[in-house]
Design a protein around this ligand. Sequence first.
Ligand SMILES: [Zn+2]
Length: 190
Amino acid sequence: MDEIIKKIDDPDVLEQIEKIIPFHGYLSTGAFIGIQMLNLASELLDIKENDRVFITCETLNCLPDPFQILCGCTIGNKGLKVLDYDKMAITVNKAAAPSQNHVRGVRIFLDPEKTAKYPVFHAWYMNERKVPHEDAISELIKAGNNVYTWEFADVPVPVKEKKDVAICTVCGESFIRKDGKDVCKGCIKE
Ligand SMILES: [Zn+2]
């Protein structure tokens, strides 16, 4: 890990790494990708330090953690949405103005056509062999934004609906009813 720290000359990135290590447990390659994606999105969307942002992350692996600790996007505050697609991709947008129902965002993905130019990192990405995190991250530091592809997108702003709280007719517990059903999701499953 010290070897990696020495290769980073951006003090902001070092500060980000210092926050991620205790939160995620260590600096994984996926967590480092999250840092790079976040910094790239911040540039592309001109995100300032205290701006509220919303992230949709397309994998449960590593990638969601940097956003929770670095920009306060959590699952509970709805700043972070995680889609279980197992893809190294995120979509970022800033908060919309009250009257907007769409807001400009950007989707960034780790592009295998571009990672191919960095063989050690590409081997990690394609899981061709076991690549230590230190080696994969070292190549990512060299590559910078050259391994990412992005596209601006219109992100719909979710409409806030009044919560319709009901008592489940099976378990007798309260739940937020959607689509008028009288049985909670936990009971439908069984
Ligand atoms: Zn129930």
